[in-house]
Write a protein that binds this ligand. Structure first.
Ligand code: FMN
Length: 335
């Protein structure tokens, strides 16, 4: 599958943009496990234009993670256009526009999914950004604002007419936030529209290899994108890719290997921030990981793990978990 001239191979599996999650280290980790393309977290166009240091740093990418898309959001045509030019200087492979963020502080101000209530403006921004840069521009959005306005089938065509190179659809409305289930039938309807030429990337609730296969087979999407399913579990890309390629489940990586992946995530996070902030940052991954499921009486250890304040303390807890796993999960801790 190609987006513009960028070949992502057959049935690509992409890492979703996630604020405060898809930092450079996590993107690289997912890439090494097989993600075919990765996205930065969304970057505020207003802050980019104002040259806020912290925001500019979000544009840092490395060659090893390519192809990589930088995502921007905003509600102002000029700021979005200027931000697109700034992004292009950072040399990503693509620029993605966020018209899907549902949180109040973004959508409530008309940016992100808020743009689903002002389609003319959404199209104006898209056209202007496409015109402003030479790299391919893609859009990520939702089915519509709410149940009464699931406009994605028409909207997809309108966005295509603005010149975007691919469209990602998260199968929820803004009103749903992250509740209920992603509705893939409408994503399938966009794919069924004979007027659509650009690749459609389906997104929402893919958390295992079988579901990934179903999304390709039932809904005909050109690529899939995984978000929450990768937090605390970047090896999901290896599992999904293997299943898509062979139709077989990959034997799980050993417990020890997966624990080492989490250790690496901790180390990366601490190296990027500092010990205190790095540990706070990585707690979300540790809280979300499915790795510790099935370990009996894990509750106290989990609390200790999520409260640990130094790498030494955290790694000591990991060592104890590993030792406990040898008895609790027989055969699972061999490297
Ligand atoms: C913590 C978190 C942060 C997110 N940040 C972004 C973001 O910056 N840009 C974006 O387009 N979507 C963002 N999303 C939405 C995801 O990209 C994705 O569309 C959504 O989680 C549904 O996919 P999933 O079910 O695979 O997680 C975020 C989601 C989560 C859970």
């Amino acid at each position: 599958m190609k987006i513009d001239t960028i070949d992502l191979g057959p049935r690509p599996v992409l890492l979703a943009p996630m604020e405060d999650v898809t930092d450079p280290a996590f993107r690289l980790m997912c890439k090494r496990f097989g993600a075919d393309m990765v996205y930065t977290e969304f970057v505020s166009s207003d802050a980019l234009v104002r040259a806020i240091d912290k925001t500019r740093r979000k544009l840092e990418i490395c060659d090893e993670e390519r192809p990589v898309a930088i995502q921007i959001y905003g509600k102002d045509v000029d700021a979005m256009t200027q931000a697109a030019r700034i992004v292009e200087e950072a040399r990503p492979d693509m620029l993605d526009i966020n018209f899907g963020c549902p949180v109040k502080k973004i959508a409530g101000k008309g940016a992100g999914a808020g743009m689903l209530q002002d389609i003319p403006k959404m199209l104006e921004i898209t056209r202007s950004v496409v015109d402003a840069v030479k790299i391919p521009v893609t859009v990520k959005t939702r089915l519509g604002w709410d149940d009464n306005s699931k406009i994605i089938v028409d909207l997809a065509e309108q966005l295509q007419d603005c010149g975007i190179a691919a469209l990602t659809i998260h199968g929820r409305t803004r009103a749903q936030l992250y509740t209920g289930e992603a509705d893939w039938t409408l994503i399938g309807r966009v794919k069924d529209n004979p007027r659509m030429r650009i690749p459609i990337i389906g997104n929402g609730d893919i958390a295992d290899p079988q579901r990934a296969g179903e999304c390709f087979d039932r809904y005909g999407v050109d690529a899939i994108m995984i978000g929450r399913g990768s937090i605390g579990r970047p090896w999901i890309f290896k599992e999904v890719k293997h299943y898509l390629e062979t139709g077989e489940q990959l034997a799980p990586l050993s417990f020890g290997r997966r624990l080492d992946v989490l250790r690496q995530e901790v180390a990366d996070s601490v190296a990027r921030l500092d010990e205190r902030r790095g540990i706070i940052h990585i707690r979300r991954h540790l809280a979300a990981t499915p790795l510790f499921k099935g370990i009996p009486n894990f509750r106290d250890t989990r609390i200790a793990m999520l409260r640990a304040e130094s790498v030494e303390e955290l790694f000591r807890i990991f060592d104890n978990i590993y030792l406990a796993s040898e008895t609790a999960l027989p055969g699972s801790s061999s490297f």
